[in-house]
Design a protein around this ligand. Sequence first.
Ligand code: GLU
Length: 268
Amino acid sequence: MSKITQAKRIVLKVGTSTLTYENGSLNLRRFERLCKVLSGLCNEGREIILVTSGAMGVGVGKMGLSKKPEETEKRQAVAAVGQCELMFMYDKFFGEYNHIVGQVLLTRDVVEYPHSKKNTENTFEALLQMGVIPIVNENDSVAVDELVGKKFGDNDTLSATVAVLTKADLLIILTDIDGLYDANPQTNPNAKKIPVVKGVTPQVEALAGGAGSNLGTGGMATKIAAAKISTEKKIPCVVMSGGDPEDIYRLLDGKPLGTVFYEEGAAE
Ligand code: GLU
């Protein structure tokens, strides 16, 4: 647990279902609480890097659409609008607590080529040194090409990549379920939450059920994939509910919340 309570540099990922309602409108109460908690953690001396989804979801809401468009170019356009709105809101809410945010939009190729990877690392370091909260998303308006490896595709993988890139002490993935269960809790009343996983084995991967919400991407499978990427680099990963952002304080105070993933054989 001390690896969690003592974590200085934390990458926190928040998904569309935590930030928005199904119609794409922002859940302002939760959004504001999240920004307040993260500002509080920065004031404690921790470094926060926020990986946010919601560009597509918020864009759908802002443009008055009933769902994500089918056509790639329209999806890219909607994400461009939503990303702008999302950053406006982060700037506003973090600004209320005297914190400055900076936007970092990534695509997979950027962190694969050594030169641009190094530049990205330098940008994160400079932002953190200057006391800025980096807010990261995939550059959805240009990243379309999953086939040729340009796109992360989901922000769980992106958040783990950022945790490794920034040599974070901890990755926290907020979602709409309070951790990994040994069966699907929506259909099986006997499903039990697994508090700690040491090593993301094929058996653990097999526990990941179906997909996520209407507006986001992902589901438990991408969270477990993210936990694998981070724990392989000895960065613990917590998958927990984003319902009450104050739970992040409780987690960092040592309360067992969500599912904590460590590398195989780790001492907690
Ligand atoms: N980058 C996407 C967005 O902002 C989210 C991807 C995901 O939900 O994992 O809408």
